[in-house]
Design a protein around this ligand. Structure first.
Ligand SMILES: Cc1cc2nc3c(=O)[nH]c(=O)nc-3n(C[C@H](O)[C@H](O)[C@H](O)COP(=O)(O)OP(=O)(O)OC[C@H]3O[C@@H](n4cnc5c(N)ncnc54)[C@H](O)[C@@H]3O)c2cc1C
Length: 367
């Protein structure tokens, strides 16, 4: 009972720190701390840290701290408004995650495990932020790193690594989602470069991205090619998809490409078929598999605190076995997901990753 009173008091005090009037917080829900004040992680029951190197542990701690302090207090407001918090970009940049495993070009050159556990820590506090980083880093930057020329890497990666420019990655089209390899956006050879014509859908970050990776079908070879398109190129238009029920901070766009000219120097020569895209997807799927791990950790931590704070029938909700069973099931699933995620990283790092293994991991952790 005493601890419940203490929680309400703490919520009121800390509420003042993040700019909310302390009295309002206390009145709104005296028995529960607002979600903008993230609870300490209680979900790491099997001490996953023991599997990490000292560097990986330190990065995990740093990311957790920045996310809890800088992002948790603003997430509800931006989720509600379905807007992107541009003023939070310096905080997200200070995580040091953009570019992930890429070595050189101003990128952090992390182990895949460090990258993955960090993205889980981002997702633990806010899933939209982790999607924003994944699209920018694991899709746009990775494609340039894996399929770009030396000149393209030097030109684009350093500013993307610092979030001075933002990237997006456009594969999906209105008529080709799961069936992405059938996409129809056309790339036609013209003097000095290429002309792109077609449509893209769902493209994260596309409404404000400086660098757009566009995947299109070569009109001569009928194979998939990749292009770097810059914001403001004539014929390029990205419109925000409204009324989403999830990942509301992520700015997903419909893109129209109408006779968009791309100079030859901005063609990604490392992409000559869909197989080359699979190289990027094999790694990004592992990172995507770590998103639900982080989201589940965050949900558990919030539920755990709430059930301990909220009192009904004269006792905290956590005192009832009906609720304890749910918490225990969640906790067990999180430990299993962490181990699947960790194994995916080790398979990738030892060169044993296959598209099937990464896809199974992604689907297992998402379900
Ligand atoms: C928030 C968000 C962000 C995204 N960001 C990007 C991005 O940055 N870049 C990008 O290129 N794309 C992006 N996408 C697109 C994403 O990759 C597609 O949504 C995905 O590939 C599925 O395509 P679809 O939505 O057209 O669904 P569909 O392919 O039409 O699928 C609809 C349903 O049918 C099922 N289905 C499909 N095929 C089969 C089958 N053969 N057998 C049985 N069931 C099947 C699917 O599982 C699904 O339940 C994003 C999507 C979302 C929602």
């Amino acid at each position: 009972m005493g601890s419940l009173g203490g929680s309400a008091g703490a919520g009121a005090d800390l509420g003042g720190k993040v700019g909310l009037p302390a009295l309002d917080v206390a009145l709104a829900f005296p028995q529960a701390t607002p979600a903008s004040l993230f609870p300490p992680a209680a979900s790491d029951y099997y001490q996953f840290d023991d599997l990490l190197t000292d560097e990986e542990k330190a990065l995990r701690k740093k990311v957790r701290g920045i996310m809890e302090k800088d992002i948790a207090p603003i997430m509800t407001e931006y989720w509600e408004r379905a807007e992107f918090p541009f003023h939070a970009i310096p905080s997200l940049a200070s995580l040091g995650l953009a570019g992930g495993t890429i070595k050189g070009y101003g990128c952090p050159g992390l182990s895949l495990t460090a990258s993955a556990i960090s993205i889980a820590e981002v997702a633990r506090v806010d899933a939209s932020c982790s999607t924003f980083i994944l699209v920018h880093s694991s899709l746009a930057m990775s494609t340039i790193a894996l399929c770009g020329s030396e000149a393209q890497k030097q030109k684009y990666l350093p500013s993307l690594a610092q979030f001075k420019t933002i990237g997006c990655w456009a594969l999906t089209e209105p008529d080709y989602g799961s069936d992405a390899s059938s996409l129809r956006t056309a790339a036609t050879k013209v003097p000095g470069g290429w002309q792109l014509d077609g449509q893209k859908r769902w493209i994260g970050n596309s409404t404000f991205a400086d660098v757009l990776i566009i995947l299109a079908r070569n009109a001569d070879t009928n194979q998939l090619n990749g292009f770097i398109v810059k914001k403001g190129t004539p014929g390029l238009k990205a419109t925000k998809i409204e009324n989403k029920i999830g990942l509301r901070m992520v700015q997903n766009g419909d893109i129209i490409l109408n006779k968009v000219f791309v100079p030859e120097e901005d063609r990604l020569t490392g992409i000559s078929s869909f197989q080359d895209i699979n190289k990027v997807l094999a790694m990004s799927r592992i990172m995507v598999a770590w998103q639900p791990i982080g989201i589940s950790m965050g949900v558990f931590d919030i539920c755990h605190r709430y059930l301990k704070e909220r009192k009904q029938f004269g006792a905290p909700l956590a005192a009832f076995q009906l609720n304890q069973e749910k918490l225990v099931r969640m906790l067990g699933n999180i430990q299993a997901m962490l181990l699947v995620g960790w194994r995916l990283c080790k398979l990738y790092e030892s060169g044993k990753m296959t598209p099937g293994r990464s896809s199974l991991g992604k689907s297992t952790d998402k379900n």
